[in-house]
Design a binder for this molecule. Structure first.
Ligand code: NAD
Length: 473
């Protein structure tokens, strides 16, 4: 089929390359000329494992091209996938739909024959009929476009695999013709037995935001348990292992630590709450506000632990941060918990040196005030405390004995509960983590025991900064 993919970011670039890879004729479109130039040269504009190979393969097949021209796209496609961003609005929790609207308006102005527009961006429930009305109002006679929603569930770090072998395909359609078209688009996946759920647009839109709400809730649940573990002297990792053996619960997404971030979960749960408010059902999803708060509290708790370890005051201290991206195997730093912590500590007067295997370029752009190092050992040189904030597998390979020689003080905060604490302690490090008992601490009724560290100095200073707390509504 001839299709366009409009918006070639983390979602769209992968979708475009994979659609060409399974045999479609694809035209990728973006307003970012630099991104389009890179893609047209077969270079992924961001780090995503496996994208390089699939992009090279697709370009070599001659089935994948890129353009910045929406009119060229309108003339080319029988199907148009909309993959533009839907970020949080400034000053509000709601999703900013201006990019989605701009694409629909732009397409409508240029279409000359009927086609199917398929939204993949994550949008508030009710978006599809709103856009359909917009299309009807703007379309030229004879160029009536139909609109469907096909939410995307790919995970950054596994985006190629998730696109080629999704665990399910969900489509929200209003006609059998649209359903047939989408079955054709995804024919190889359907032939491979991928579950295909065809429903109305409202349900399809809701599947995406409720899936993300569930995942966010699971993460915040275990982080809430981590706080209780800290207060009670219990171990959240063993707790999660024990919970996870119950197949009704499962172990995945039960990793206590610094919490979620990125370009999806935080803004999606807020946009869902805002939309529920409009629909008069805010109370039904009121718990998502608590999920958000618990999540952001992990960032503050991590700063508090680090401050505690350096004696209660960051002024003049050198802090090493391992990890800048919001998750490993991605270069995405949008709403990264790691960078939020690093920036908060910098604001309190520390010199912060950050290492990341893939995210340094984006991190430097987002937080130019921080110092960035290409090697973990350089970031750690002279450090008063090392913070492990993104669980790249590279950091598990670090030799704590060698690292102890370059730091000023061998103190580690493992905010992802991902390093071998026993190994680091045996190598002379003081190790603190979220929800795990610390040998230096006496368990007791005080919250967190965070102020009971043997090497504790003065009182904890308040932590400020929008990235650590809810943005104003
Ligand atoms: P992104 O910011 O990486 O990409 C969006 C792209 O759209 C950018 O390249 C931007 O230049 C382009 N764009 C903006 N306006 C445009 C226009 N008028 N015409 C053409 N291109 C335009 O964002 P993303 O992470 O790819 O997310 C896109 C959507 O997919 C969001 O709604 C997101 O919630 C959803 N989503 C993302 C993921 C993910 O893992 N990133 C997963 C599932 C769903």
């Amino acid at each position: 089929m001839r299709m366009t993919v409009i918006g070639t970011g983390y979602l769209g670039a992968v979708h475009a390359a994979c659609m060409a890879d399974i045999g479609h004729e694809v035209l990728g479109v973006d307003v970012d000329a630099e991104k389009i130039r890179a893609l047209a040269e077969g270079r992924p504009p961001f780090f995503e494992p496996g994208l390089d190979e699939v992009l090279t393969r697709a370009m070599a097949s001659g089935r994948l091209r890129f353009t910045t021209s929406l009119s060229e796209a309108a003339a080319f496609g029988e199907v148009h996938f909309v993959c533009v961003g839907t970020p949080q609005q400034v000053g509000s929790d709601a999703a900013d739909l201006r990019y989605v609207d701009a694409v629909v308006d732009g397409l409508a102005a240029h279409l000359t024959s009927p086609c199917l527009i398929v939204g993949k961006s994550t949008v508030p429930v009710g978006t599809t009929p709103r856009l359909a009305a917009r299309l009807r109002a703007l379309a030229r006679p004879g160029a009536e476009a139909e609109i469907a929603w096909n939410p995307e569930f790919l995970r950054e770090g596994f985006a190629v695999e998730d696109t080629l072998r999704p665990d399910r395909i969900v489509v929200g359609v209003t006609s059998p013709r649209a359903d047939r078209t989408l079955r054709d688009v995804y024919a190889p996946m359907l032939a491979a037995g991928v579950p295909y759920l065809s429903t109305d647009p409202a349900t399809a839109e809701l599947v995406k935001v409720s899936a993300n709400s569930f995942l966010a809730t699971k993460i915040s649940f275990i982080n809430a348990m981590a706080e209780v573990c800290d207060a009670a002297g219990a171990d959240v990792v063993t707790l999660a292992d024990a919970l996870g053996h119950d197949t009704r619960i499962g172990r995945r997404f039960l990793h206590a630590g610094l919490g979620f971030g990125g370009g999806c979960l935080p803004k999606d749960i807020r946009a869902f709450t805002a939309r529920a408010r409009e629909l008069g059902v805010e109370e039904a999803v009121g718990f998502l506000g608590r999920v958000d708060e618990i999540n952001l509290r992990q960032r503050r708790r991590t700063v508090d632990i680090a401050r505690d370890l350096v004696g209660g005051d960051f002024t003049g201290r050198r802090i090493a941060v391992l990890g800048a991206t919001f998750k490993p195997n991605s270069d995405d730093v949008r709403d990264s918990p790691a960078l939020a912590v690093a920036a908060a500590i910098h604001r309190e007067g520390a010199e912060v040196r950050v290492h990341d295997p893939e995210g340094l370029h984006n991190a430097r752009r987002a937080h130019p005030e921080l110092r960035y190092e290409a090697e973990p050992a350089t970031a750690c040189t002279g450090a008063d405390v090392v913070l492990h904030l993104t669980e790249w597998s590279d950091y598990r390979e670090l030799d704590p004995v060698k690292l102890a020689r370059v730091v000023r003080c061998p103190r580690l905060v493992d905010a992802r509960n991902h390093l071998d604490a026993g190994l680091w302690r045996a190598s002379g490090w003081t190790v603190r983590a979220l929800g795990r008992p610390s040998p230096a601490l006496v368990p007791g009724p005080q919250r967190g025991g965070l102020s009971q560290g043997a090497d504790r100095g003065g009182a904890a200073a308040p932590t400020e900064g929008a990235v650590l707390s809810r943005s104003p509504k």
